[in-house]
Design a protein around this ligand. Structure first.
Ligand code: ATP
Length: 632
């Protein structure tokens, strides 16, 4: 049974019915209806894929787990068959001490078989325990190797995004479950087979009795599993609401508003409603489970009675001796247990297998979305000219292009400004220039070479992007600025000073070692402007020829903003700058200003040229300037 509270995340709209299906619930409906036949048909391919992965994670542990289980089955057969010999000696005629003495060799054999079986199962269990974290790690590493390489546009694609969430949240943990349950299914199958072989060796006529005895228990196991899915399915909407409410009541971010708007009683009331519903369903399931269990036990009792009657009849007509009948009872009991376990684990394997299938499918999907550079990829040299030529770009799933037929030129050492109203396409153009997105039409050229020809990583080492929605990395200040590059203390100090981050560091008791995440003990949090200074320092730290600043001062105070623009105006130590900002006073000194409007270049030129032209830029500039004029 799936862990009830494991899955959480965003929801995706289903078809036109308007229903909303959470991405992790995509298989729940199918699980309700899949019969044992479907399950059995799908299992071989699942088992093969799981074992392949386990083998790649650790051939030795996989071999030990498998061989240990099969060998344990051999000793089960030996133990059961030898038991009949023990019983034959004990039930023979003669004085009791003689009978016990006669039974001793077989008894020792039974003890040895049981001991060896236990040792093999323990060894196999140990190998399985080692295998689990190895498989999880391998599955996760392979996933993250892909998610960090796929083109950025894939993250804007709903289908890709949902497939990725499913693979990450369900696929990875279920990969280990598939391996684990594959071995458990094997254990169950070996157990059933061992009992059947033991019965066959005792007397072929006994084999059908195993079936009679095991069917009711198997039926109950299937029904119970199905009931679990039904309850899970019925509760899916309630569960999602509960996740949402628990985040609202116990997360740091909404905590202030929960208090400011006195939302406590409202949220607790909502929670109580959902919890009541969940409790009702759980009690209903518990009642129905009890009924099924009682029914299963009753039928097992009747079947067991039938088996005893049959054994009695076989004894009466002399087909089998008493010792064989005694050993048969033990074999049938063992077989019953193994079959129940087998059916339960088959169900679990099938369920986990569906999510494992998602994981494999996502890996294939992601592989196709890794940009392929030329072979061998070109190495970008420090550029002289970066150009966008008639570039058109539409975000995945969007119905209108974010950029249409845009051409810009960025010369080495220039400061280029992109301005325009919200949504005009400035950030999109900057991301295209940085090679983060690829245009559907037109070309971005780095000294005449299409950006697509370069190795993505090598290209991005030449470009530094300080994004508008920069990430607040939950790392130390130093790591936030150095960000995986080799540490150079002088460069760190210079980048911090340039961004005003040195003032932030000076206020922190741990300085550069301060951890910027309050969720950890001793962690710090920063104000929006302080975070922005850290982000700008990160941009300066990289030894990049081109620095793209996207709204670098939106959260800065007036002094910090002035200092940063002064630095940019001085070409930031000889680098090429692409600056996006709404503060038009700060772009007056740019070598060239591009004004975007509705995804197209509306105007371009220096500040003086654009003011003289009296178009959109001049209007916006005068509007901003008028706000600063003295009011009498
Ligand atoms: N990831 C995305 N997926 C789909 N559409 C997007 C995405 N990002 C931006 N857009 C759309 O593309 C257009 C251009 O957005 P962009 O972020 O480039 O504008 P901008 O000029 O930088 O705006 P702002 O001044 O508000 O930062 C907008 O219509 C926006 O809604």
């Amino acid at each position: 049974m799936r862990l009830w509270l494991r899955k959480r995340g965003t929801n995706v709209p289903d078809d036109r019915s308007g229903l909303v299906v959470a991405y992790w619930e995509s298989h729940d409906e199918h699980l309700l209806t899949a019969g044992l036949g479907t399950i059995a048909r799908r299992l071989p391919s699942l088992v093969a894929a799981a074992l392949r992965l386990a083998w790649q994670a650790s051939p030795r542990d996989t071999a030990v787990a498998l061989v240990g289980n099969v060998a344990a089955g051999v000793f089960t057969v030996l133990g059961l068959v030898t038991t009949s010999e023990v019983l034959a000696s004990l039930f023979a005629a003669g004085p009791t001490p003689d009978r016990v003495r006669a039974a001793l060799p077989s008894l020792l054999l039974v003890a040895a078989a049981t001991g060896l079986r236990g040792a093999l199962l323990a060894g196999s269990g140990w190998a399985q325990a080692r295998l689990k974290p190895l498989v999880e790690r391998l599955a996760e590493t392979r996933l993250f190797e892909l998610t960090t390489r796929v083109e950025l546009a894939a993250f804007d694609d709903h289908d890709f995004h949902n497939a990725m969430r499913r693979a990450r949240d369900s696929g990875v943990p279920d990969t280990a479950t598939v391996v684990e349950t594959t071995i458990a299914v094997l254990t169950g199958a070996v157990g059933v087979l061992a009992s059947a072989i033991a019965l066959g060796l005792l007397h072929p006529i006994l084999m059908p009795l195993l079936l009679v005895a095991a069917v009711p228990a198997g039926w109950a196991a299937v029904r119970m599993a199905r009931l679990g899915y039904q309850a899970f399915y019925r509760l899916s909407a309630a569960r999602r609401r509960k996740f949402m409410l628990s985040d609202l009541m116990a997360e740091r971010q909404p905590a202030a508003e929960v208090r400011a708007f006195t939302l406590r009683d409202f949220l607790l009331g909502q929670y109580a409603k959902v919890a009541d519903l969940e409790q009702g369903v759980q009690l209903d399931v518990a009642r129905r489970r009890a009924v099924i269990k009682a029914g299963g036990d009753l039928m097992t009792g009747i079947a067991t009675a039938g088996v005893y009657v049959a054994l009695g009849a076989l004894l009466a007509v002399g087909v089998i001796p008493l010792s064989v009948a005694g050993a048969a009872v033990l074999a049938i009991r063992a077989g019953q247990g193994s079959l129940t376990a087998l059916i339960q684990t088959m169900n679990r394997l099938y369920e986990a297998g569906l999510y494992f299938g998602d994981y494999l499918a996502f890996r294939e999907m992601a592989q196709e979305r890794i940009p392929a550079p030329l072979s061998p990829p070109a190495e970008p040299a420090p550029f002289r000219l970066l150009t966008a030529e008639n570039v058109t770009f539409t975000y995945p799933g969007a119905d209108r292009p974010a950029l249409s037929d845009v051409s810009v030129t960025v010369g080495r050492g220039e400061v280029i400004a992109l301005v325009g109203e919200n949504g005009s396409g400035k950030t999109t153009l900057a991301k295209l220039l940085a090679g983060l997105y690829r245009p559907q039409e037109g070309t971005i050229r780095w000294d005449g070479v299409d950006l697509g020809a370069f190795d993505g990583e090598a290209l991005r080492r030449r470009i530094s992007v300080i994004a508008q929605d920069h990430t607040r990395w939950p790392l130390t200040v130093r790591e936030n600025i150095v960000m995986g590059r080799p540490l150079e203390e002088d460069r760190l100090a210079a980048a911090s000073a340039a961004a005003g981050a040195d003032e932030v560091v000076a206020r922190l008791s741990d300085g550069y070692d301060a951890l910027l995440d309050r969720r950890f003990r001793g962690g710090h949090d920063l104000s929006g402007g302080q975070w922005q200074r850290i982000a700008v320092a990160r941009g300066f730290y990289r030894d990049a020829a081109l620095v793209i600043f996207d709204e670098p001062t939106s959260a800065l105070d007036a002094r910090a903003e002035h200092a940063l623009f002064e630095r940019i105006r001085g070409h930031a130590d000889g680098r090429t700058i692409v600056l996006i900002t709404h503060r038009l006073a700060s772009v007056r000194y740019a070598d060239r200003i591009y004004v975007l409007d509705g995804g197209a270049i509306a105007e371009q030129g220096t500040h003086a040229e654009l003011m003289e032209r009296g178009g959109m830029y001049a209007d916006l500039y005068e509007l901003q300037a008028s706000a600063f004029q003295a009011v009498p």
